[in-house]
Design a protein around this ligand. Structure first.
Ligand code: SF4
Length: 453
């Protein structure tokens, strides 16, 4: 494993950091603004409950190593979370400075400063002193949930193997986050720290047969498989579009891996979530002249965060509201997308508006309309109950209806933030450790959990 695929110079030039890092002096100045609140709301707003005042205080006293270790104690992916967390709606959104009509403390940038300074000076995830244990756990998928679960279990002495079908681990952190937020190389560096704890990584396709084997060969299995492919665009003529139609995650992975370094002139992105915006901004930075985001409802209904929307506007993305694509025709000169104008009625249904169709000429269409659950794969996990394709778990332990399987991250919550997946993975690791702990604890945890009866 190495990070070379993401270090293409053209990618670095086109996707510079969205927020420049602090230099040491600026970090200390910002850290000194923090009031070190006793009942710090910023800490409660973090799904992994990082001790924010403590790590900030250590930056203020020039103890960056102590600061990074404070972060890592709570969140083993503290580096990537400092880059990708929507801090505006989490820790920084809860900062008491808002009530004083002052700028909130820049917690995300301070966390990034601590983590990057620590790792660039050779810092590692501190290894806890513990006895080695014989029991083994398979973590399926190598995204944030599995990585957090694997790291915590390994820190407790268990034998852990992380398996993923893709050549590089890290899941969406490596393949799916816009490069100006988190470089794939940085995601891989973080994975490398977890490998150094003694976690094994295997590239392996997981199918129904494999799950049976894993259940037999391992003492516990953690399902951190995330979600599947983007939902297909259900529009007449879509089958003829060929490579001019590509889903948003495939598009983002394409440029991050250096396989797609340019894009045609006119791009339409369908959908208005955070991934849609990442894809649209990437298209612009890869050279598209016109990038349009098409959404079937109004501005206030989009699932993208406000700051993502504002960022897209600054990048020159055009938004077209209340348009539903209905037909696509392909020709040598490009694609023609026919859209019907729609309104949302009182019951939330989309109603066509007669005589207000729109025809868009474009070269590439990127649907970003949500990922489907990995229904087929998850159904093969024997005895694991699902609800609409999501794994049902005990929220306290991550345990599923098959006591040997635990789960967390997007395959449970349907797609939330990286930091939520980290919290889930760690919680499940503690659940697994307790379940494997002693025969008495194990027997207490077997059978159908009461919350499923
Ligand atoms: Fe510091 Fe703001 Fe957290 Fe208070 S709420 S501890 S001021 S970051």
């Amino acid at each position: 494993m190495n990070g070379t695929f993401a270090e293409h110079p053209e990618i670095a030039a086109r996707f510079p950091d969205l927020h420049p890092p602090f230099d040491p002096r600026a970090a200390v100045v910002e850290a000194n603004r923090c009031l070190n609140c006793f009942d710090a709301p910023c800490m409660g707003a973090c799904p992994t409950h990082i001790d924010v005042p403590k790590f900030i205080k250590k930056i203020a006293s020039a103890n960056v190593t102590g600061s990074a270790r404070t972060i890592l104690e709570a969140n083993v992916l503290g580096a990537s979370c400092s880059r990708v967390c929507p801090v505006e709606v989490l820790c920084e959104g809860a900062c008491v400075m808002h009530g004083r009509e002052e700028r909130p403390i820049e917690i995300g940038r301070l966390q990034r400063f601590a983590m990057e300074t620590y790792y660039s000076s050779g810092g590692r995830i501190p290894l806890r002193s513990r006895p080695e244990r014989k029991q083994s756990i398979a973590c399926i998928g190598s995204g944030p949930a599995s990585l957090a679960c694997a790291a915590e279990l390994r820190q407790q002495g268990f034998q852990v193997t992380v398996m993923d079908r893709r050549s590089f681990p890290g899941g969406l952190n490596t393949y799916g986050v816009a490069e100006y937020k988190l470089r794939a190389a940085d995601s891989l560096h973080e994975v490398e720290q977890i490998r150094e704890l003694g976690v094994k990584f295997e590239t392996r396709k997981i199918d129904a047969g494999t799950l049976d084997h894993l259940e037999r060969d391992f003492d516990a299995v953690f399902l951190g498989v995330g979600l599947g492919a983007m939902q297909r665009l259900d529009v007449e003529g879509v089958a003829d579009a060929g490579p001019a139609l590509m889903d948003a995650l495939e598009f983002i992975a394409g440029y991050k891996t250096g396989k797609r370094l340019a894009v045609a002139s006119r791009v339409v992105v369908i959908g208005a979530g955070n991934t849609a915006i990442d894809a649209a901004v990437a298209a612009k930075r890869l050279g598209a002249d016109e990038v349009t985001i098409l959404y079937r409802r109004q501005r206030e209904n989009i699932s993208a965060f406000d700051f993502e929307y504002e960022h897209a506007l600054k990048e020159g993305i055009t938004f077209v509201w209340e348009m539903l694509p209905v037909r696509l025709t392909s020709a040598a000169s490009g694609l023609t997308l026919i859209c019907t104008r729609v309104r949302t009625d009182a019951s939330g249904r989309l109603v066509p508006v007669a005589g207000a169709d729109l025809t868009i000429q474009c070269d590439v269409i990127i649907p970003a309309i949500g990922q489907s659950p990995l229904f087929e794969l998850l159904q093969q996990a024997r005895g694991v109950k699902l609800d609409k394709g999501r794994v049902i778990i005990d929220r306290a332990t991550g345990q599923t209806s098959n006591p040997r399987f635990f789960a967390g991250g997007d395959c449970v919550n349907g797609g939330r933030e990286v930091v939520d997946a980290v919290a889930d993975g760690k919680r499940a690791a503690l659940g697994i450790a307790q379940w494997l702990g002693t025969p008495a604890e194990r027997s207490a945890a077997t059978g159908t959990p009461p919350w499923l009866t």
